[in-house]
Structure formats: structure tokens, C-alpha cells
Ligand binder design. Structure first.
Ligand SMILES: [Zn+2]
Length: 122
């Protein structure tokens, strides 16, 4: 959707912050179990050790795991230049919405339609 370099960086930063926050949450559990210290976690995130990250991920609740996956997917889309398009109608999701919710994959119209459908049938 033609994000500027600066917008791209902002979104990426927001996503990484959100991801770090989630992993830190997971680390709270890890800390009490294994005595992992804060610095080690920071190191882990820096190196993006897949194995360690998976261990952290196992400790996350289902909802958080799903969010983490969404964050990773959003980061992928940023890398591929596919970020910001609605996966339903292909329209631009809109920068304002993306800033509020960087993991959004649907534009507001499609999101509302989806929610309506869910409240109707779910
Ligand atoms: Zn849409």
C-alpha cells in the first residue's frame, strides 16, 4: 500500500515491541521455574534463537501464542512489501488502523463484516 520508509520502520518497531512484551510475559514463568535472568532473555531475543523462542512460546497461553504468530506474519509481510493490504478485499487497510493495530489483516469494513458474521453464527 506504499508505506514510506519511516512508516515502515515505525510499524516494525511497534511489532517488535509487542513481541518482546509477549516473550517477557512468558519469561516470568520461565524465571520462576529455571531462574532465567532478564539479560539472558534480551540476549535470546537479539539472537532470535528459534529453539529457545519455541520454549518460551510453549509457555504462552493460546491467545498469546496466536498473537505472536500474527506478529511474525506481519513482520514477514513488512519484509516482503505485502504489508497493509486487506486479505479479504485487497484494499489498503489504512495507516491509522495499522498504527493502532499493526497485526490487522483486514480493513475496517471487512473486519466489521466478519464480526457481524461471527456474532450471527458463533
Ligand atoms: Zn477489506
Amino acid at each position: 500500500m506504499g508505506l514510506s520508509q519511516k512508516e515502515n520502520e515505525l510499524i516494525k518497531k511497534a511489532l517488535i515491541e509487542q513481541k518482546t512484551g509477549l516473550l517477557k510475559e512468558a519469561n516470568k514463568t520461565v524465571s520462576s521455574d529455571l531462574g532465567v535472568v532478564e539479560e539472558e532473555l534480551a540476549d535470546t531475543i537479539d539472537r532470535s534463537s528459534v529453539e529457545t523462542e519455541r520454549n518460551f512460546t510453549l509457555r504462552l497461553r493460546d491467545r498469546e501464542r496466536k498473537l505472536l504468530k500474527k506478529i511474525d506474519e506481519a513482520l514477514d509481510r513488512l519484509e516482503n512489501g505485502e504489508f497493509g493490504d486487506c486479505q479479504e478485499c485487497g484494499e489498503s487497510i489504512g495507516l491509522k488502523r495499522l498504527k493502532a493495530r499493526p497485526v490487522a489483516t483486514l480493513c475496517i469494513n471487512c473486519k466489521e463484516a466478519q464480526e457481524q458474521k461471527e456474532s450471527q453464527f458463533g
